[in-house]
Design a protein around this ligand. Structure first.
Ligand code: TPP
Ligand code: DXP
Ligand code: MG
Length: 630
């Protein structure tokens, strides 16, 4: 393997280093393609050990992606990848191999496909379930425009548990002819895939007719690729299971099913795509792959290596921290609460590891529900439970909660159902970038009548709020908390009791009123210190509640201030600060309000501190904005 001349270049093998565009893939011999696959795996394992990323999913699609670029021609043809976290190989084969060591780093390659990053990225993603619908749109446009491009949607087995995927399946056969779906089945979501669809796919792999169709499979390959391919028969028998296995699910959708075949058998994949390309009907190719293929630590622990930070190549070990993450505090607390209250249940849409509800699953499995990648269903399911007096804690990342917004309004709030919405990754998420930053939940929840929305400033308050939510049965409650630790300022003494709609007045002053929401309270504390060094008298408030706002406390500090400043890990548009401005206006308190928060734009990927500095979420900037009023 070629190592870079200097440590700042990616480690690329000679064949991979020579790939400047997919055309370079097409000119390679089968032998070199197999070598290329080895070099891509080396490059993924080596470079991602330094940057982190979605190693497991990408190791699973090396042969698939090579075969796609061997047979099809982007950007004329279109590859639409579901979630697109498995797009690193595609990036390397479309002229970005020399930047693979920048993946998910500031100003580096995005961790998902991105239209603005390359003409070969026809569609961006980050959230699951979008590929088939978007690809169908491209196919319909192709038919209208009468061009002859091919559209290939690549979706994992878990993506098929996602509502929009099934909505697309319902439409494909009535909308277009030439359309290829690749079902990349590795039996894993982030954690083990769940539900009836996962079991159905598994049944296709193990169906007893496999043995009886071996000859048929060999004939199938001969039909695809001519007699020469027949000598691949032993490969076919090994790699191609039930090639012609009648498949109810897809056939009923009017989609011809092929597979399952070995998704790591590069010659077979190439021959199969060569054949499928000639068909003028919607088809699905079911391939069986291994998540983490080629790297034993990832094969041994697909959940950990789905997406991770930096790791040691030799054993896949990662740095650990003694400081618990907010998710760990959440998982532990809700599990302990559930041991005291049999009405408490936990729900996750396919994120037991990320939400740390795997703690709950282990200790109280009978009251734990993983519903698959199905946020809309998760919210409705929680509503149903709540009608019967059950106390559902629904954990969904803030960004994925956007999927369930109508259920929050139409089902939860309108019926005043006591569902506990636990929005993990509330705030900037960092590495994953704009598709994953949880920067809009205040904006989309604040207008909803009757909803309660909280944000804790530190661990003690987080636990206290969860305990309060466990008892509060008079309607929906929501709490937002960050990715990583919530180790804000240590509590001086026990956490003051949580009282609905009441914030905390930490100090009173006559010049400036600082209101720091959630984890941004820390920045308000630092700002207070700097302002006092300038001789100013500062009030400091921990609001605790976004809704209902503590109007009495807000009026008290605003009347005594020459300027108010709010701090939030959320966009400024319709954020917490807007609520403050609205109320002060409504009670005719005419005091200027400065706001520290994210600008009205999608924030790129990168490390949180660097992005805060870049976009002015700092105590320094707060002091500068406030000082203009004196
Ligand atoms: C709407 C939404 N919910 C949850 C996630 C988190 N997520 C990212 S990848 C993934 C699992 C995808 O599994 P699969 O489609 O089988 O692809 P694989 O990683 O196995 O290749 C999940 C749940 C997401 N990206 N989008
Ligand atoms: C691709 C995807 O949506 C998940 O893998 C996500 O990247 C997980 O985010 P965390 O790392 O914050 O759990
Ligand atoms: Mg999968």
């Amino acid at each position: 393997m070629t190592t870079s001349a200097s440590s700042d270049l990616p480690a690329l093998g000679p064949i991979l280093a020579g790939i400047r565009s997919p055309d370079d893939v097409k000119s390679l011999s089968e032998f070199d393609l197999l070598k290329l696959a080895e070099e891509i795996r080396e490059a993924l394992i080596t470079n991602l050990s330094r940057t982190g990323g979605h190693l497991g999913p990408n190791l699973g699609v090396v042969e698939l992606t090579i075969a796609l670029h061997k047979i099809f021609s982007t950007p004329k043809d279109h590859f639409v990848m579901d979630v697109a976290h498995q797009g690193y190989v595609h990036k390397m084969l479309t002229g970005r191999a020399d930047r693979i060591d920048t993946i998910r780093t500031f100003k580096g390659l995005n961790g998902f496909l991105l239209r603005s990053e390359s003409e070969h990225d026809c569609y961006g993603a980050g959230h699951a379930g979008t590929a088939l619908s978007a690809a169908l749109g491209m196919a319909a446009a192709r038919d209208l425009l009468k061009d002859d491009s091919h559209v290939v949607a690549v979706a994992g087995d878990a993506a098929f548990t996602c509502g929009p995927t099934l909505e697309a399946l319902n439409n494909i056969a009535e909308t277009t002819k030439k359309f290829i779906v690749v079902l990349n089945d590795n039996e894993w979501s982030i954690d083990k895939n769940v539900g009836a669809i996962a079991r159905y796919f598994n049944a296709l792999q193990t169906h007893s007719t496999y043995a009886s169709v071996r000859n048929t499979a060999a004939e199938f390959v001969e039909k695809i690729a001519g007699k020469a391919a027949r000598n691949l028969a032993h490969k076919v028998e090994e790699g191609a299971k039930n090639l012609l296995f009648p498949n109810v699910l897809f056939e009923k959708f009017g989609i011809r099913y092929f597979g399952p075949i070995d998704g790591h058998d590069l010659p077979l994949l190439i021959k199969t795509f060569e054949y499928l390309k000639t068909l003028n009907e919607p088809v699905v190719l079911h391939i069986i792959t291994e998540k983490g293929r080629g790297y034993q630590p990832a094969l041994d622990n697909p959940g950990k290596f789905h997406g991770l930070g930096t790791y040691k190549i030799e054993d896949g070990s990662t740095d650990t921290s003694d400081t618990p993450t907010a998710s760990e505090i959440f998982g532990r607390t809700v599990t302990d609460l559930a041991k005291e209250d049999e009405k408490i249940v936990a729900i996750t849409p396919a994120m037991p590891g990320g939400s740390k509800l795997d703690i709950f699953k282990k200790e109280i499995p009978e009251r734990y529900f993983d519903v698959g990648i199905a946020e809309e269903h998760a919210a409705l399911f929680a509503c149903g439970l709540a009608t019967k007096g059950i106390r559902p804690f629904l954990s969904i990342y803030s960004t994925f909660m956007q999927r369930a917004y109508d259920m929050i309004v139409h089902d939860m709030a309108l019926q005043n159902l006591p569902v506990r919405l636990c929005m993990d990754r509330g705030g900037l998420s960092g590495d994953d970038g704009p598709t994953h930053h949880g920067l809009f939940d205040i904006g989309y929840l604040r207008p909803v009548p009757g909803i309660i929305h909280m944000a804790p400033k530190n661990e003690a308050e987080f636990v206290a709020m969860l305990k309060w939510m466990a008892k509060y049965d008079d309607g929906p409650t929501a709490i937002r908390y960050p990715r990583g630790p919530i180790d804000g300022s240590p509590v001086d003494g026990p956490c003051a009791p949580i009282v609905l709609g009441k914030g905390e007045l930490i100090s009173e002053g006559t010049d400036v009123a600082l209101i720091g929401l959630g984890t941004m309270f820390e920045m308000a504390v630092e700002t207070k210190k700097r302002l006092e060094e300038k001789g100013l008298s500062v009030s400091l408030v921990n609001p605790r509640f976004i809704k209902p706002l503590d109007n009495e406390l807000l009026e008290k500090v605003a009347r005594n201030a020459k300027v108010v400043c709010t701090f939030e890990d959320h966009v400024l548009m319709n954020g917490f600060g807007c609520g403050v401005i609205e109320h002060l206006n409504d009670v005719s308190i005419d005091v200027p309000v400065e706001r520290i928060g994210w600008p009205d734009e999608f924030i790129e990927h990168g490390k949180i501190d660097g992005l805060r500095e870049l976009h002015g979420l700092t105590a320094e900037n707060a002091v500068e904005k406030i000082s203009k009023h004196f």
